[in-house]
Each structure stands twice: as C-alpha cells, then as structure tokens.
Design a protein around this ligand. Structure first.
Ligand code: MN
Length: 231
C-alpha cells in the first residue's frame, strides 16, 4: 500500500440520479463557442472555427444546489448553461461512429466565468484559467445514466436568473455534436473514464450578482437551482 507524506485529497465525484453510488471525476474539458448565436454574441464567426477546449480542475465541480460561492477578483461573473457528458470508457483517436459507446451518462452544468478576467486574458494573449478554473466554477447536477435517458440530441436548454429568462437554446443547435466533440478531443488527449465534457453554451450569457437565484434545465434530462453567495 502506498504511503503518502500528506493525507491524499478525496476523489471529487458527482451524485447519480436514483443511485447511492457516485461517479468519480478525473478531468473537466469544456468546449468553447459551440452554439452559433453565442459565438456571435462573443464577437466571433462560428463558421470558421474548429472546436477548441479549455479545462477546469475536477474539484471545481460542486453540486448545483444550495449556495455557490461568488468568486473573488471579478465584477463580471457570467452564467453559461451547458449539457455535460460523463465519459465512462476511455479512448484515443475515437472514431465518430464509436463515440457514443464511451459515454456513461449526462448532466446539466454551469460553466461559471469571470468574464472580465477572460477579456483581459484574451487581450493580453494569456491563458484563460483564472477566468474559468476557479473554485466552485462548475456547479453540476446529479448524472443520469445512458440506460435511463439514452443520448439526448435535441431538447430545450435554458437558464433563468431570479425567474427571468436569460438563456435559451436547443441541443440540436450545437455546432459540434457530442459525437464530434468526443472524437476531436480524443485526437489531442487520451480520454479516460471519469472525464467530464462541458459541451458549450447557447446565447444569452450575462452577469450574475451576489444573492441571485439561478435556475436552469434541459427538457427531459435535468433541472437545477442554486443561490449565489454574497462574495
Ligand atoms: Mn462554456
């Protein structure tokens, strides 16, 4: 048995809908600009870009309930509601026709973003981590296994703040499908069981204030509700 000089951290994990067992997390990959209207609202031409990825640490994933911390260093914290894919079987250079077999299940997550820090990073050609990979930056629902929900390829994805509609789109409007995202990502890194992929957000991103109540859903898959802390 391995002896460690400090106590190892607990493996980050997500709850599973209808099961006491948990899904152990390894890494979190996020797709940038995967809905045309959102790409345009961020000032980009969605037709000219291959999919690109950034990451969050696995322990940035927290249950999307209760109170989520309003992070430091920002005055422009944005919500991005996203379909989350949980990888159950790893692979390298996965062919599109094989991609679905690598999925364990699906969830609904929020890619919280310090937009002001992201804008500064873009301007200075610096990495995005401080904008994207902060503590509690990836609230996520319990996962639904493929055996329960199949592979959702369409359905309304939406987010409200204090009951007011902010984001709405349809999974069918993703520029790069879940199949294509898995295939692309696995050409760059070895995907492994426990990896999550946040698959991008529809249009309507905007700022959150301390104390705001965020509700979101994907029809037929999951809903969430949490309150932002006071910062
Ligand atoms: Mn995002």
């Amino acid at each position: 048995m391995t002896r460690y000089v400090i106590t190892p951290n607990e493996t980050p994990s997500l709850a599973i809908h209808g099961d006491d067992a948990r899904f152990p997390l390894r890494r979190v990959f996020c797709v940038g600009r995967n809905y045309s209207e959102h790409a345009r609202e961020m000032g980009h031409d969605p037709d000219r870009e291959p999919p690109f990825f950034f990451m969050k640490p696995a322990d940035a994933v927290v249950p999307a309930e209760g109170v989520i911390a309003y992070p430091p260093l920002t005055a422009d914290l944005h919500h991005e509601v996203e379909l989350v894919v949980a990888i159950g079987k790893g692979g390298v250079d996965i062919a599109p026709e094989d991609a679905l077999a690598h999925i364990w299940g699906y969830g609904l997550g929020i890619d919280l973003t310090r937009r002001d820090l992201q804008a500064q990073a873009k301007k200075a050609s610096r990495p995005w981590e401080w904008a994207k990979a902060f503590d509690e930056s990836a609230p996520c629902t319990a996962l639904q296994p493929v055996s329960a929900v199949g592979h959702p390829v369409s359905g309304r994805i939406w987010l409200k703040v204090n009951g007011e509609q902010r984001q709405v789109g349809d999974l069918a409007d993703q520029i790069w499908s879940v199949i294509e995202v898995i295939s692309h990502a696995s050409k760059s890194v070895a995907l492994k069981a426990g990896d999550l992929i946040f698959t991008g957000t529809p249009a309507g991103v905007g700022a959150l204030q301390p104390g705001d109540v965020v509700t979101a859903g994907i029809d037929g898959l999951a809903e969430l509700s949490f309150t932002l802390g006071q910062g």
